[in-house]
Design a binder for this molecule. Sequence first.
Ligand code: AMP
Length: 364
Amino acid sequence: MSGADTADSTPALAGALASDVPHDRPAFVTPRTYLEQGRPVMPPRALTAVDREQLDGLRTIRAFLKVRTSYDVLPLSFRLIIFDTALLVKKSLNILIQNGIVSAPLWDSKTSTFAGLLTTSDYINVIQYYWQQPEKLAQIDQFRLNSLRDIERHLGVNPIETISVHPERPLYEACRKMLQSRARRIPIIDIDDETHRAMVVSVITQYRLLKFIAVNVKETQMLRKPLRDLNVGTYSGLATASMDTPVMDVIHMLVKKSISSVPIVDQDGIVLNVFEAVDVITLIKGGVYDDLNLSVGDALLKRSDDFPGIYTCSVQDALATVYDTIRRSRVHRFIVLDDEGKLKGVLTLSDILEYTLLEGEENE
Ligand code: AMP
């Protein structure tokens, strides 16, 4: 039996190699061929003009990020809301909603130090904690932001994000730090000349960064290769839910997969909506956690009227179009659909940032 296998495989291997060798060289099999782990070495595919243009576009964006600093991204005037760690969780939620923001740097006024960045993940941790111990729900009103660490320890999850970047460091460094830590935003921290203490200057989000690129680097228009030919976005193992899925199940999916959104599909895979991590804030506003018993369909009805909508694209679209949309709109992800509106994949700002910074980097 094994002899027959060997006899069968030899011509197939020789055939595969014969088609891969240049015509001017004879096709033959040597003993070394069998040491090549069964995979004939393919000559690198010649780059097309579109491939080269794409790489040139990426290089231009990276060069731009290396000569710009985090300061450059900041608008001339902006407001910064910082939470004292002694603030009640309930109050922090109301302040976020009133100001239309979804995260804030934390300040420990006892030690006068920056205490990390509060994000939707921290509220999701609070929800999970109470879900596991409903008997503690009565105490939730007294809960303060400085107790979040205890919750993290209890849940065994990653502690509050404490990466940061100095405002005068190249923007490229802020991007790399965000990619390494999988953070979706990074605080800019300066050191006060007099007190030598850390000072929070602002926070840069993935959106603000990609928008800065989209507005300032016209070479984003060189990224003309369609998504289907690129290694960007997620197209398999997608976490999805239906309108009837309990919203708590969707929240567990966000945590388990470390993702910021779950597409809501019907039985044919047609995309109806997207539940986003930021939707959690609206659900628990006022410190009332009852809405967590809703189905995701009913939970989405609670969204505010200024919800910007869902952005979609197809695998025929190129990153040039994606950057163009980021330049014009406040978009956080693209849901990739086929011609019938069925879910094919998800392309998030993390994916776009990672591709823009790292694609082909090992060959540079
Ligand atoms: P995000 O935090 O949403 O930027 O996503 C982090 C990574 O997870 C990215 O590579 C996304 O493509 C991927 N991702 C986002 N949403 C989903 C989802 N619903 N199912 C599977 N992967 C996802």
